[in-house]
Write a protein that binds this ligand. Sequence first.
Ligand code: AHM
Ligand code: MG
Length: 334
Amino acid sequence: MPDQAVSLGRSLAEKRRQAGGGADELPTLILEMGLAAKILTREIRRAALVGNLGLAGEQNPSGDTQKKLDVYSNGVVVRAFTDTGLVAAIVSEEMEELRIISCSPEAEYLLCVDPLDGSSNTDINGAVGTIFSFYRRGVSGACIDCEGELRESAELVAAGYVLYGPSTVLVYNMGDAVDAFTLDDDVGEFLLSHEKIRCPDRGSYYSANLGRYHGWDQNVRAYADHVIEPDPASGRPYSLRYSGALAADLHRVLLEGGIYLYPADEDYPEGKLRLLYECAPLAFVVEAAGGRASTGRGRVLHLRAESPHQRSPLAIGSSDEVATFERFVATRGS
Ligand code: AHM
Ligand code: MG
């Protein structure tokens, strides 16, 4: 361990000090996400030994059959943020309705979370993640229609993800920069490992479920054909990397460049991924790192959610790569 290790707690305290202290509770919320991530790290690692792999049996609001770890992860996250007193309501992939937590004036934030992203990977010891975002409520101190708040007035103020891979990494943006903290198992702390991350403008990796190729629009198929067309001058053919966990594929693109795509297709005419707890949080991270996040036709962050589980197409990663995808979508028709 380097002598000058910076813990997540110390880094957040320093950011709070630089911002002049005050009542901004985002650092407390990020720290709480760090605690939930430590508990989930432990449980994911030992799941095969304590009977926590496999299906739970219920369907989630998106129609996916929940894994035991989905249910467990949702419980950990909901309990963690219920206890802070700072969160008014939670939207989760694993809960049908938005869950009202508190109506007090201190409960200034809305949490949107995918507690266990990529849960099809749990049973094969593959990478999984947690994706989260915090919105500041437009109105505080009243239990009004919070879904309406998300749509009308709430502001996305912090977002990030946790990747449970060979190590656990927490990446977040509170509006200033994107930093990554790696969990040191022996110390029991998230320690700063990547500061002020910049997403390369270009990259030669692409991530997409090519099994869905024949359900895509011809413009999207043309783009998929383009990236594998040999052109050494522009770095093509690109290499395919697809893990089945958005957080893992996004992490590669953020650090090494490239593009992650989940376009609309015949089965998912609005795209498969969910706006509030998958697309928007990662857009908030990637844009702060100099990358781009698009529906193919516009910025993901310009969308307003009409419902908790609203879907969106997603193209995210290096700015030049996403811009090229948008040109294909715009010029080839659909
Ligand atoms: P999940 O959060 O229910 O696991 O689903 C989201 C996942 C993304 O992480 C991943 O990129 C994509 O859905 C995989 O979908 P597919 O199996 O269609 O490729
Ligand atoms: Mg997910």
